[in-house]
Design a protein around this ligand. Structure first.
Ligand code: TXA
Ligand code: MG
Length: 351
């Protein structure tokens, strides 16, 4: 039922893109690669189609979508007015992994924004996404192309795992290179505020917009905070087996994790460990299933592997997953730590 079209990620075949664009224009659901993760696209101004997208993902109606467009000029019809800094940020970061929150224009169905009077917009950089948006010539609302609460898809196979038969088309354009979602920056507040850490670090944003602030990190368990962006508070990105993260000084956290793994193995359970090469070495060849995050000195590598490693652990049918917390608050590490916390069922503080 889901038609899969394979394209060259660097220069997609125009005929394939035209097919997918036509499908979008008539209200179809089309998954496509972006430079962050795969998105599930739908005509953003077609209300019934937008409702079908929420249903296909099992996404709650209170989790707003990001609208993708080909360039800044396409933003104008979607917003009440361009907020201060919009042009500056667009000029500096678009096309790319930055989503800007602006006042929603009346053309955008309220369902797209989950009833908020704002709308999230980005211009993606991936050649396939760009070609698709140009060919479709419509604004395309696109959440990550996973079932609700599952890890975001970084490869076409991940999309099929979750959505085969539930969507009309999938453009297979290889691996989404960054592997972590866009940074979401709210331009409707003063000073502008990062609502979701992402592929562009706070430091990089501040080099252009020094006043930018960020919401304090929050765990999936804490629902007490104001619901500024509803979807941000629900549990996300989780593997099927419960994930426990160990927070504390590196060596002590590794030791606590190793002891927990040893005990779980002794009780006959199949243990998955999400680990950097360095974490893995500290396990001294315990018989666990490793979700390999690569070397800990490369945030780019860890970011690009995180979601696929979580999915590999699911495929290996582990009973539980253990990982060391990532508490660095610099650049991409902030976003990686944030996703890990949201994926976790529990956090253990190692004294
Ligand atoms: O990299 C990405 O952003 C990917 C690719 C496909 O572009 N998309 C993505 O979409 O991650 P999704 O739906 O998984 O996440 C959208 C995020 C949610 O956390 C949501 O709360 C926030 O954007 N968001 C959307 N509209 C918003 C709004 N009006 N106000 C505040 N937050 C909003
Ligand atoms: Mg998502």
């Amino acid at each position: 039922m889901t038609e899969v079209i394979r394209v060259d990620p660097a220069s997609p075949d125009p005929e394939s893109i035209a097919l997918a664009a036509a499908c979008l224009r008539r209200g179809g659901l089309v998954a496509f690669p972006t430079e962050t993760v795969y998105g599930l696209g739908v005509h953003a101004l077609d209300r019934p189609a937008v409702l079908r997208l929420f249903a296909a993902k099992g996404r709650p109606a209170n989790d707003p979508l990001i609208v993708h467009v080909a360039s800044l000029v396409d933003v104008v019809p979607l917003v009440a007015a361009l907020p201060p800094h919009a042009e500056l940020m667009a000029e500096r970061f678009w096309p790319g992994p930055l989503t800007l929150i602006m006042r929603r224009g009346s053309s955008v169905p309220s369902e797209v924004s989950a009833g908020l009077d704002t709308v999230a917009i980005r211009v993606p950089a991936h050649p396939v996404a760009r070609a698709l948006l140009r060919a479709a010539a419509i604004p395309v609302a696109a959440p990550s192309a996973n079932l609700f609460s599952r890890p975001s898809p970084t490869r076409a196979e991940h999309v099929l795992e979750d959505l085969d038969g539930r969507i009309d088309m999938l453009i297979d354009g290889g691996t989404a290179n960054l592997g972590l979602e866009s940074t979401v920056l709210d331009l409707t507040v003063d000073p502008p505020c990062v609502l979701r850490a992402g592929a562009i670090g706070l430091e990089t944003l501040r080099a252009v917009l020094p006043a930018a602030t960020i919401l304090a990190p929050r765990s999936s368990q804490d629902d007490s905070a104001p619901k500024i962006s509803p979807g941000l508070l629900t549990k996300h990105y989780a593997p099927r087996a419960p994930l426990t993260i160990y927070r504390g000084e590196t060596d002590r956290a590794r030791e606590a994790l190793r002891l927990a793994a040893t005990a779980a193995i002794a009780s006959g359970r199949r243990v998955g460990v999400l680990a950097t090469r360095e974490d893995a070495a500290a396990l001294h060849s315990l018989p666990v299933v490793l979700g390999d995050l690569g070397r800990e000195d490369s945030a780019e590598t860890v970011a690009s592997r995180l979601y696929s490693a979580l999915r590999e652990l699911d495929t290996a049918r582990v009973d539980l997953v253990l990982a060391r917390a990532i508490d660095q608050d610099e650049g991409l590490w902030r976003a990686i730590g944030d996703r890990l916390r949201r994926a976790a069922a529990s956090v253990i503080d190692v004294p």
